[in-house]
Design a protein around this ligand. Structure first.
Ligand code: BTN
Length: 308
């Protein structure tokens, strides 16, 4: 733990003001160094009031800086602004970062969605990518995406009492409006997954509906701003637990229970094709099984699904 993190922890635990002298004695560094670290913390968005008697921190519950994540802080990589957390995560994953490393950004300049779409990434939304290294064959990778959407949908339902449901493959909807999307990238070694980077964009305190009428934010639904850190922490708690004991059958059962796609007539647009039929089930790899007009069945692995 570096001095900046130690200062953060001391101020975070403290009830009131902590003098510069106390910090310099506890850390064994000069008062000037203490001040430089305090300045660094302030620049990264932490609110620290300095007075003649010392420093006092008020931790903004919305702050996503690593120090605010306690024991997880070493695995959190925070960016005030980046192109896409997917790209940052890929660099870290290829360098061998730990399982459950997280890249989170305040905003993205080139946020991307599935099927080469842009993901609006203004201030206020929650944009992050988790690197996971599950010990599973490549053919089960699609289920990890479903699992991430299930865990996020569950926590939004239980923490904020909103009626989330899943649209194939892993969109989270509330009243037919999209609140969250999941994008993943994977690299393999042989036929085993080496790492999967699961990128999640959740509309929290941003206003995507001004540009994207089918989108909705948590703030618009609840009529109040929501601190993003509690969402990220709850997601990581649930998703880490799930991935450490990954059960493909449980993922499929939960997805079937919470989806709004199965049983409906749908149109799926794939990169080269368009398929229409009734969505009847998901297969063991997370593919959508369609019953076509002539009674034949076709499974689609990747695509954009429109409910008709
Ligand atoms: C979709 O529904 O099309 C998926 C959207 C995924 C957006 C997230 S935001 C964090 C991560 N970084 C990106 O550039 N995209 C994903």
């Amino acid at each position: 733990m570096d001095s900046k993190q130690k200062i953060f922890n001391i101020l975070n635990r403290a009830e009131g003001v902590i003098s510069g002298e106390t910090l310099s004695a506890e850390l064994g560094i000069s008062r000037v160094s203490v001040w430089k670290h305090i300045k660094g913390l302030i620049e990264s968005g932490i609110s620290i009031i300095s007075s003649p008697t010392g420093y006092r921190m008020t931790l903004d519950p919305d702050s996503l800086v690593p120090w605010a994540f306690g024991a997880r802080q070493d695995r959190i990589h925070y960016f005030q602004e980046t192109g896409s957390t997917m790209d940052e995560a890929m660099v870290l994953a290829r360098k061998g970062c730990a399982d459950f490393t997280v890249v989170v950004a305040q905003r993205q300049t080139c946020g991307r969605g599935r099927m080469q779409r842009t993901w609006l990434s203004a201030d206020g939304g929650l944009y992050f990518t988790v690197v996971v290294r599950p010990d599973i064959p490549m053919m089960l990778a699609g289920l990890v995406n479903l699992a991430a959407a299930i865990d996020m949908a569950n926590l939004l339902r239980s923490m904020y009492q909103i009626d989330t449901c899943l649209k194939w493959p892993n969109d989270i909807l509330v009243n037919s409006h999209k609140i969250c999307g999941v994008l993943s990238q994977m690299e393999a070694e042989g036929d085993q997954v080496a790492h999967m980077n699961i990128g999640i964009g959740l509309n929290v305190n941003n206003a995507p509906e001004t540009e994207e009428p089918i989108a909705i934010s948590l703030r618009a639904l609840l009529g109040r701003p929501v601190p993003r850190r509690e969402i990220l922490v709850a997601f990581l708690d649930a998703f880490e637990k799930r991935m450490l004991a990954f059960d493909p059958h449980a993922v499929l059962d939960e997805w079937r229970l919470n989806n709004v796609t199965l049983g409906r007539p749908v149109r799926v647009i794939t990169v080269k094709d368009r398929v229409e039929g009734t969505a009847v089930d998901v297969d063991f790899h997370g593919g959508l099984i369609l019953q076509l007009a002539d009674g034949a069945r076709q499974t689609v692995m990747v695509g954009d699904c429109f409910h008709r």
